[in-house]
Design a protein around this ligand. Structure first.
Ligand code: B4P
Length: 188
């Protein structure tokens, strides 16, 4: 199965994708995690991406396309995948369609995880204390939410137009959200 997970920062995409990866043995492709690795290793991509991430802005599409194409070329993708954090704007959604068509692995379903704004701020502020991620400060969280509303929210419409979008409630306990996700995947 090939799944796109959509949702604002803090909606639990990364958390849910990791659980789904264990349960269904699908490749978990998190562009945020790939970028953070590149920053840690100070690769050329990491050096270019860091300032965008630290400000809570999207990393330019051309850099992202190279990264996602390389990841989708790896052998574990043949078993299916969960895309967590990509696509994040309409141009990325169209670029992804083209890459997936080329490799014969089109998206089956897009799941949008919804949570209210106060919950997002609470979760990310908690993570800031626990993990110290440089983009979890209050000002940057606010910008990430703005970028999400302007650029990423319209991506849901891209999948809805093809009848591929399902929505789940991301509020409540992690296991409960996972169960809703599994139910949505089984809903056919
Ligand atoms: P991401 O790594 O995707 O960051 P995120 O949107 O905050 O989501 P994440 O998956 O980490 O958090 P989650 O909701 O699971 O991106 C970081 C940056 O990379 C972006 O701002 C951008 O600059 C760049 N980037 C990434 N992809 C890009 C792309 N395609 N194009 C351009 N730029 C890109 O979890 C948040 C917290 O909530 C966690 O601490 C978790 O433990 C907690 N949580 C989860 N579920 C919970 C629940 N049910 N109850 C309580 N807490 C919960």
């Amino acid at each position: 199965m090939r799944i796109v997970l959509l949702g604002p920062p803090g909606s639990g995409k990364g958390t849910q994708a990791a659980l789904l990866h264990e349960r269904l043995d699908l490749a978990h492709i998190s562009t945020g995690a790939l970028l953070r690795d590149a920053v840690d290793q100070q690769t050329e991509l990491g050096q270019q991406a860091q300032r965008y991430m630290d400000a809570g802005n999207l990393v330019p599409d051309d850099l992202m396309l190279g990264l996602i194409e390389e990841r989708l070329g790896q052998p574990d993708v043949a078993n299916g995948f969960i895309l967590d954090g990509y696509p994040r704007n309409l141009a990325q959604a169209e670029a992804l369609d083209a890459v997936l068509e080329r490799i014969g692995q089109p998206v089956d379903v897009a799941i949008s995880v919804t949570v209210n704004e106060q919950e997002i701020v609470d979760r990310l502020s908690k993570r800031a204390i626990e993990e110290g991620r440089s983009d979890d400060t209050e000002e940057v969280i606010r910008n990430r939410l703005r970028v999400y509303a302007e650029q990423t929210a319209p991506v849901a419409g891209h999948y809805a137009a093809r009848g591929q979008l399902r929505e789940i409630d991301g509020m409540g306990a992690i296991d409960d959200v996972q169960q809703r996700l599994l139910d949505a995947l089984q809903a056919g």
